[in-house]
Design a protein around this ligand. Structure first.
Ligand code: GCB
Length: 606
């Protein structure tokens, strides 16, 4: 509904915010220590007086900032605290505390009082703290964060106390493991970076304020918009639409409107045209005085699909893309402008036009950049590797999906919603579960297709693929299947994907394929983990893609992965996953040039 939305934060004539980013006081509870902080009401204490207090940069994951494995591998609670003045000047503004991403569970206190809690790591949440804030004084913001994953979290994780395996050895009781040993293994292939991962802001908005804006604009120039405010008594609404050159092209005094723009300049993905953007400016006016104002950017573009292709503005769209991660040295999954900008610059250098926000919603900053640059994206919920399909999981998943669509609905670059990555959808109960998700997404947004990314299932045992508007498939021929048999890849990929297509008659994007390579490891003839081997797997897979594309069997391809990224420790990972075509520090491997040649050539044809 219109009321649930969190507007992106902006500064303008009326609105402003204080950034709470910077160094926060940080205290880690003992590993697996129960709920000591909550039990002892640490929210009422000054954490900066604790003898074990240190500082932690925000935004950043905390895991790689310390010097020991205790912090990196911590399971349980950590506490953040920041003391900040709030100017007296702002006392007439409503104050909303907003977190763009805290992984995974957060409890928030202002001046010792609990104000909210939030579940899930990658979507914003906010709380009105106007009555807790002390104006013209220092305020204490405290956040307790817990990263423990379980069968009821999304993503799911396996949490278990290790069996002690006690034995009586020569009259002494010996245990194999230390007392209290615990394992928390995420059901996915990336490091569970935790903490305050994106910006924290104290948002200042007027007491009468705009709450939501929804805009649908298509390639014929037709548009519809709807806006909501918390109070419209005696308020005049003024809505103006501007083109990219700040020319006013439409105006109304209604909170809802529709119309048709002649010669609308369309939003196109890179290679198909310019990514033209428009702005809808909504003002609230009382007695001739401006009370609130908000400007939302959007684009005129249409996504449609047939049984084999995806179209943008009625033209076939072929995705040349990437699976990615928000991942970098030291900061883990923490937002960093330099890393984001470098990544998107490299994506353009590669000739890419598309990516999937594997395996969680990415930062809001990135979504605006996608719009501006003309990069088409599939936005994915944090549901990676689902194995259990309980009612409780389903409710949480629906909430995350709803919040995600609310956050990103006005971005023209978003062309599809992905419900999950590699769920165990051979299980019968997954069908009803996924049906509720598809219905939820369609119920909120009729303008974009819904997809799910399949991995563990096949064309003949998946219980859910027919519910989707299009289908995404991950396949690792030459790596997890038939390692060492590069000449088999072409035929296997062609065969596998053709069977999905024959069965479901839906458009298909191959969203993952690839191989690990340790940068600088060279072997001729190629051997697994060498740069040559990765390159050859990719080249062979491309032969299959060319044939599949020609047959209209696929409507896009995405390499796994854009760059190397950190994972938990397992026997198949050597300091993380090395399927990147770039290293973790964003230097090109051999495979990057292969992909770049391919994408640039394709790009020129569209
Ligand atoms: C997959 C997963 C991705 C992994 C990748 C791999 O299918 O979707 O998260 O990182 O395979 O490299 O195993």
């Amino acid at each position: 509904s219109l009321a649930t939305c969190l507007l992106h934060v902006q500064k303008n004539e009326i609105r402003t915010f204080d950034s709470l980013d910077g160094l926060w006081t940080f205290v880690r509870e003992p590993h697996n220590g129960g709920d000591i902080g909550i039990g002892n009401q640490w929210n009422t204490l000054d954490l900066d007086k604790f003898s074990n207090a240190t500082v932690m940069p925000v935004p950043s994951a905390y895991n790689d900032i310390g010097t020991g494995s205790e912090l990196r591998d911590h399971i349980g609670w950590v506490w953040y605290e920041k003391k900040e003045f709030v100017p007296l000047r702002d006392r007439n503004m409503r104050h909303v505390l907003r977190f763009a991403s805290v992984n995974y569970f957060a409890v928030v206190y202002v001046n010792s009082e609990k104000v909210t809690s939030h579940t899930g790591g990658h979507l914003p949440f906010e709380v009105d703290v106007s009555s807790q804030i002390k104006f013209g004084a220092e305020n204490k913001f405290t956040v307790a964060v817990n990263n423990t994953l379980s069968w009821s979290t999304i993503p799911q994780g396996d949490f278990n106390y290790q069996k002690l395996a006690q034995r009586n050895i020569s009259g002494r009781i010996l245990s194999r493991l230390p007392d209290g040993a615990v394992k928390n293994v995420g059901n996915f292939d990336f490091f569970n970076y935790a903490g305050i991962l994106r910006t924290v802001q104290l948002v200042k908005i007027p007491s009468t304020h705009i709450q939501n804006i929804n805009i649908v604009a298509d390639h014929t120039g037709s548009f519809f918009f709807e806006t909501a405010a918390n109070n419209l008594d005696g308020i005049q609404v003024e809505v103006k639409m501007f083109d990219g050159d700040s020319n006013q092209v439409y105006t109304t005094n209604q909170t809802k409107g529709e119309g048709k723009l002649e010669n609308a300049k369309l939003w196109w993905p890179r290679g198909m045209g310019d990514p033209n953007l428009y702005t809808l400016e909504v003002s609230l006016i009382s007695d001739g005085e401006l009370i609130d104002i908000y400007r939302e950017t959007f684009g005129f573009r249409t996504v449609t699909w047939s049984d084999s292709q995806i179209f943008i503005n009625s033209k076939p769209f072929y995705c040349l893309g990437f699976g990615m991660h928000e991942d970098f040295e030291l900061i883990g999954r923490g937002f960093n402008q330099a890393v984001m900008t470098k990544d998107l610059n490299l994506l353009e250098w590669m000739g890419g036009n598309c990516y999937r926000t594997t395996h969680y919603p990415y930062s809001e900053e990135r979504m605006f950049e996608n719009d501006r640059r003309g990069i088409a994206v599939i936005v994915e919920t944090p549901a990676v590797g689902l194995k259990g399909f309980s009612k409780a999981n389903n409710n949480l998943h629906i909430k995350m999906l709803t919040d995600m669509i609310d956050r990103d609905k006005n971005h023209p670059s978003v062309f599809a919603w992905s419900l999950a990555n590699e769920p165990q959808t051979a299980k019968k109960e997954s069908r009803a579960y996924f049906k509720t998700l598809v219905d939820t997404a369609h119920g909120i947004d009729r303008t974009r297709p819904v997809t799910t990314v399949y991995g563990p299932t096949n064309f003949d045992n998946d219980e859910t693929a027919d519910l989707m508007d299009f289908i995404c498939v991950n396949r690792y021929y030459g790596w997890y299947i038939d390692m060492g048999y590069i000449p088999w890849i072409n035929q296997s990929v062609y065969w596998d994907i053709s069977l999905w297509r024959e069965t479901f008659h839906k458009p298909i994007i191959v969203t993952e394929y690839g191989a690990d390579s340790i940068p600088g490891l060279n072997q001729e003839p190629s051997v697994d983990f060498s740069e040559q081997y990765q390159n050859e797997v990719i080249q062979e897979t491309h032969h299959a893609f060319d044939a599949l594309h020609k047959d209209h069997t696929i409507t896009g391809e995405m390499i796994w992965n854009f760059a190397d990224f950190m994972t938990g420790m397992t026997t198949t990972r050597a300091v993380g996953n090395h399927k990147g075509v770039f290293t973790r520090s964003r230097q090109a491997k051999i495979a990057a040039y292969t992909l770049r040649n391919r994408y640039l050539k394709r790009f020129d044809q569209t």
